[in-house]
Design a binder for this molecule. Structure first.
Ligand code: AFP
Length: 345
């Protein structure tokens, strides 16, 4: 139906936005559009369950461990199932790797052969926060398969972040937001529960050059290298500069999102107990690195851009320094000035 003359609607929904941008990707004939929409629908279902979690007594541990040795919560399992089902049903992705699953899943049905994408997903990040009503999130990344016309295999998932076609996250916070990039800027959509649609609310997000926040689990600080300890000291104003504010939620998506909008740095460095840090390259670091770079920020392991890593395994961990470029560069300067670091020889 035609809109009346002079009538201009003031909202743009996620499907409308994606459709409008489809012309940026003529070679995929709308497949990416379908895929992003499928993820959007699954996100709405997960959001609905997150919102009523306390009401329906869905909270609580399921009793089994995932591959990271962490206790799974019921909502983790629910989110995992929803996203995998949405991707399978959508018929556009030919495989998915989930942080909650030991191995990737190849959709083997003939239907999926020839479909060009695989998806890596952290279905519910920050799950230890579920029981205490703190923001949690979903992180996703989309790659084209290396060789078309066959079923998904490991090498399709082990591609450097530079090969990402799209990446995004959903934050289940005071409102539910979906933020994504297809390599042409970063856009954010807020779920309007009254119409059940993600509506464009944050167009072309740019991270501030610097910012007021540093985010680190300071309980680990004494297990970190001297360079990291010195950098955190600098964040606190040691050396005469203005102190930053410490903010650490313990949900990467929430900490990242705040710093993306307001400026800041999130760091999860190597520690003596976790020499590669805690976060996963495929499921957490690469997608957020793609987003932050698209927004004008930086993501590094302290030495090189996260996006340049050649992944070796699905659940690989990597130290992460991500956020406003000035602050990430500053952290790297401290790390590089450390004399006894093995990589500084
Ligand atoms: P959970 O999903 O087990 O809560 O882990 C969340 C997370 O991967 C990331 O979202 C947080 O930033 C980080 O771990 C917090 O880790 P620490 O509790 O070690 O600070």
């Amino acid at each position: 139906m035609m809109a009346p003359r002079g009538f201009k609607r003031d909202i743009v929904t996620l499907p409308e936005f994606i459709l409008e941008r489809q012309k940026d990707f003529p070679y995929v004939k709308g497949d990416l559009t379908t895929l992003l929409n499928d993820i959007g629908v699954a996100a709405k279902i997960v959001s609905r369950e997150v919102r009523k979690a306390g009401l329906v007594n869905i909270l609580g541990e399921m009793g089994n461990d995932n591959i990271q040795g962490e206790r799974q919560k019921k909502l983790d399992v629910f989110a995992d199932q929803q996203f995998i089902a949405a991707l399978r049903q959508g018929g556009v992705a030919c495989g998915v790797a989930s942080e909650e699953q030991d191995e990737f899943i190849a959709f083997r049905d003939q239907l999926y052969l020839g479909h060009p994408y695989v998806v890596a997903i952290d279905p519910l990040d920050g799950s230890s926060n579920i029981d205490v009503n703190v923001s949690i999130g979903t992180i996703f990344s989309i790659y084209q398969i290396v060789e078309s016309g066959r079923e998904a295999c490991l090498e399709d998932f082990l591609q450097p972040g530079r090969e990402l076609v799209a990446a995004g996250y959903v934050i289940y916070g005071s409102s539910t937001m979906l933020v994504f990039t297809t390599g042409r800027g970063v856009n954010g959509f807020t779920l309007d529960p009254s119409i059940g649609e993600f509506c464009l609310s944050h167009e072309n997000i740019q991270i501030p050059e610097s910012g007021p926040f540093y985010s680190i689990n300071e309980g680990n600080l004494l297990d970190c290298s001297q360079g990291i300890q010195d950098f955190v000291g600098w964040c606190k104003g040691q050396g005469g500069g203005k102190a930053l504010s410490g903010r650490y939620i313990g949900s990467l998506v929430a900490d990242f999102h705040r710093n993306l909008i307001k400026g800041g740095i999130y760091l999860y460095p190597a520690t003596t107990k976790a020499p590669l840090g805690k976060l996963r390259l495929l499921y957490e670091c690469n997608p957020l690195a793609f987003i932050v770079e698209q927004a004008g920020g930086m993501a590094s392991d302290g030495y090189r851009p996260i996006m340049d890593y050649q992944p070796r395994e699905l659940h690989q961990r990597v130290p992460l320094f991500i956020g406003s470029p000035h602050l990430v560069q500053k952290a790297m300067d401290f790390i590089h000035s450390e004399v006894n670091h093995p990589l500084n020889g």
